[in-house]
Design a protein around this ligand. Structure first.
Ligand SMILES: Cc1ncc(COP(=O)(O)O)c(C=O)c1O
Length: 353
């Protein structure tokens, strides 16, 4: 049994609201649904449901390795990238150690660290962006992991290539930097770092991606990490033998090659991002420029909560950000054109004018 002190520090994850039959813009999922090639491929696995999955996830890991030009030994897959975060923390964190991240980011970095009795240190952010100098200043002899999120959930900002290179030069060699790129496929800025090539060049970096976002497979729970083989070995020592199911492995493998679906998803995202930003601009609602599939907008405190409640009354779920320490903001996932039209109509009515 863990000590009471560790357990009492754990806060349950606050998921995006779902409203039966309503519009869900609260969990940054793909509004176009799952990759159609992936759903078709799941059928291939049904006859084998009585068999355990391939524990080594050979086909999926080899597809990921080929996609990124790395060896299979540099790839670990997990039951969502959430599970990989826990495996990484389990490999490195113990009581007396700490992990450093930013003040307003994905809560699972804290959760994973605290499960193993570690302390979480947070650095202030600048206009919704990770301030890597402030993060580096928090690192001490007991730091084992730095968690970066790029694009950051919930602000949508990225760490640039120059910022990351300067930061890595400052980080002590025994600190592992985890860069969570769950929304990486949506990024359009040329400043986005090629983290796989940095890893190939020897950086002590783990890069996480997921099939839950652009590939539309959140329900199947598949994420993956890329790092140097010794780091993958250390992480994999905590892996459950059959952590990713057969249907999930097959669907993810096929989804990786569904370029048409990815392109269509990106197109929808770009179009709806432009529309939402124009809408907010016209209404005078400040927002943070995003590289992801959501926009973080400042409605005020307590107005943000009121707007979320009134949208929910109209059967539209968005994400209030109190659990991210941003009470005055809402995070709005980019939906289909039709879903966003309904959002604009509802917001017009709520905000007046
Ligand atoms: C930044 C970030 N990382 C990881 C995840 C979890 O991804 P997965 O579904 O692969 O566990 C999310 C989910 O919302 C996320 O926002």
């Amino acid at each position: 049994m863990k000590t009471r002190a560790v357990l009492s520090q754990l806060r349950p994850y606050v998921p995006g609201k779902r409203i039966a039959g309503g519009i869900k813009l609260s969990s940054n999922e793909n509004p176009l649904g799952p990759s159609p090639l992936a759903t078709a491929a799941i059928n291939d696995t049904l006859g084998d449901l009585h068999r355990y999955p391939d524990g080594g996830a050979g086909e999926l890991r080899s597809a990921i390795a080929a996609r990124w030009g790395v060896s299979q030994e540099m790839v670990v897959v997990g039951n969502g990238s959430d599970e990989i975060l826990v495996m990484i923390a389990g490999a490195l964190i113990e009581p007396g150690t700490n992990a450093v991240t930013a003040a307003h980011t994905f809560s699972q970095y804290s959760f994973a660290t605290r499960i193993f009795g570690g302390e979480v240190r947070t650095a202030p952010m600048k206009e919704g962006r990770f301030d890597l100098d402030a993060i580096a200043d928090q690192i001490d002899a007991a730091t084992r992991i730095v968690f970066l999120c790029s694009p950051n959930n919930p602000t949508g900002t990225v760490v640039t290539a120059g910022e990351l290179e300067r930061f890595l030069a400052r980080v002590p060699p025994d600190v592992l930097v985890v860069i969570d790129e769950a929304y990486g496929e949506y990024v359009t800025t040329a400043d986005y770092p090629d983290t796989v090539s940095m890893i190939r060049d020897g950086a002590a970096l783990v890069r996480l991606r997921t099939f839950s976002k652009i590939y539309g497979l959140a329900a199947l729970r598949v994420g993956y990490g890329i790092a140097r083989p010794q780091i993958i070995d250390a992480i994999s020592s905590l892996r459950q033998p059959f952590n990713v199911g057969s249907a999930a492995q097959r669907a993810a493998t096929v989804a990786l090659g569904d370029h048409e679906f990815v392109a269509r998803s990106l197109e929808n995202n770009e179009r709806e991002k432009t529309r939402l930003c124009s809408f907010l601009e016209e209404r005078g609602v400040p927002f943070i420029a995003t590289e992801a599939n959501f926009v973080c907008a400042r409605f005020g405190d307590p107005e943000a909560r009121d707007v979320a409640r009134k949208l929910a009354e109209r059967r539209i779920a968005v994400r209030p950000l109190a659990s991210f320490g941003m009470d005055d903001h809402l995070r709005i996932s980019l939906g289909t054109g039709q879903e966003m039209d309904a959002l604009y109509e509802a917001l017009q009515a709520i905000l007046g004018g």
